[in-house]
Ligand binder design. Structure first.
Ligand SMILES: [Zn+2]
Length: 391
């Protein structure tokens, strides 16, 4: 398996009806289908590892070219003069990493488009496993996912670099070996026999988890549970099912958060209930960011009274959550009603928050404010990157 014939792979992938996945090199379920929309040509493919993919034709050609030029160091075809050697190297070194990303996505039955830009975006994602231990944890998790029960032999793909974001098969096998050396799992007798006599005929290693491996995986899962999610915690004072702030939340805040790729959590009504407060704190800790919606619940009141603190501030409760979120180092997006933008009394320094005024006039608060939704969602993406929540 270490001696992959890249020239042969390149030739297979360059075939318009290729049966080889250009990311994980597995056999496709059916030959690629070409489709052209205007000047853009794409190949539709279905890989048992990567799922359904709509592959841009120039990326497909570049991959095939990168594989064939690997050992030659030059690009021999005029039609790819835009492909630099650097680009080829980048493709060559990240095919399995993109395959890992595809392998882990939730909905493999939907065609996911990929071209050069998207390829680069995927490999630059900040949360990809990079270190040996991160890759090992990923491998353990992915093997755990295909384990039926403790004690059962598990078949692991020999060409399984996509299981752990490895750059190539050599790295994958080293990580696997590391796990075996560390006695997290063991090769079964059966696979020893295969190694001796049948190595070339089998596509799998057979392994069994050890007790040590199982307690390791439990640790990793526990760690994951407290990991930052794609959730967005929203803080606001509710005003009933058809209330204007509830409507504003549904028609503006939910779409803005979803557009940025995050998952808006349902609002938890604050109370003095101890377990509810703990829940709020936990949710804030795990959230990617927090959106705080300041409301003007007394629009009929005299502004001077509001300014002079004569009116009980109905936003009081949510300051606590905003402060807690800030204390947890969360990015806090603070939304103000425009009408009182400069007038609302604020009890503590909010200069560290990002402020976004929204239109709270009667004819705007009940509808989707396109410009506001765009501004909020693009700010979230600018600051935190696109989330991975799927809809
Ligand atoms: Zn694949």
């Amino acid at each position: 398996m270490n001696n992959i014939d890249f020239k042969d792979l390149s030739a297979r992938i360059s075939n318009p009806q290729s049966l080889t996945c250009p990311f994980c090199f597995n056999q496709l379920k059916e030959p690629m289908q070409i489709n052209s929309i205007k000047t853009k040509r794409s190949y539709y493919m279905n890989c048992s590892i990567c799922g359904k993919i709509q592959l841009d034709s120039s990326l497909k050609n570049s991959i095939s070219n990168a594989l064939s030029s690997k050992h030659q160091g030059y690009i021999d075809d005029d039609s790819f003069k835009d492909d630099t050697l650097e680009y080829h190297k980048l493709l060559f070194n990240h095919l399995y990493i993109v395959a890992s990303y595809f392998y882990e996505r939730k909905n493999k039955d939907e065609f996911i488009p990929i071209d050069k830009d998207r390829f680069i975006k995927i490999i630059k994602k900040i949360d990809l496993p990079i270190t040996l231990l991160q890759k090992r944890d990923k491998l353990l998790l992915n093997i755990y996912d295909i384990t039926e029960y403790f004690g059962k032999t598990v078949e692991i793909d020999k060409n399984g670099a996509y299981l752990c974001y490895a750059k190539n098969t050599t790295e994958y096998l080293s990580i696997l070996e590391h796990c075996i050396d560390d006695k997290l799992f063991k090769k079964t007798d059966n696979s020893l026999l295969q190694n001796l006599y049948l190595e070339k005929e089998t596509k799998f290693f057979e392994i069994k988890w050890t007790q040590k491996g199982y307690s390791k995986i439990e640790d990793i899962i526990k760690k994951q549970k407290t990991k930052i999610t794609n959730n967005a915690f929203v803080v606001m004072k509710l005003d009933g099912e058809k209330g204007k702030y509830q409507t504003f939340y549904e028609s503006n805040i939910i779409p803005a958060i979803k557009e940025a790729g995050y998952n808006p959590l349902p609002i938890i009504e604050k109370s003095t209930n101890e377990s509810l407060i703990t829940e709020i704190m936990n949710e804030i800790r795990k959230s990617a960011f927090v959106v705080v919606i300041m409301a003007d619940h007394y629009p009929e009141l005299n502004r001077d009274d509001v300014k002079n603190k004569k009116v009980h501030d109905s936003n009081y409760n949510i300051y606590w959550e905003a402060g807690f979120a800030k204390g947890c180092n969360k990015e806090v997006f603070l939304l103000y009603p425009e009408s009182v933008y400069n007038e609302v009394h604020i009890p503590f320094d909010l200069s560290g928050f990002r402020h976004y005024p929204y239109d709270d006039s009667v004819n705007q608060i009940y509808i989707k404010q396109e410009k506001f939704v765009r501004l909020l969602s693009s700010s979230i993406v600018d600051i935190l990157g696109t989330g991975k929540a799927k809809y």
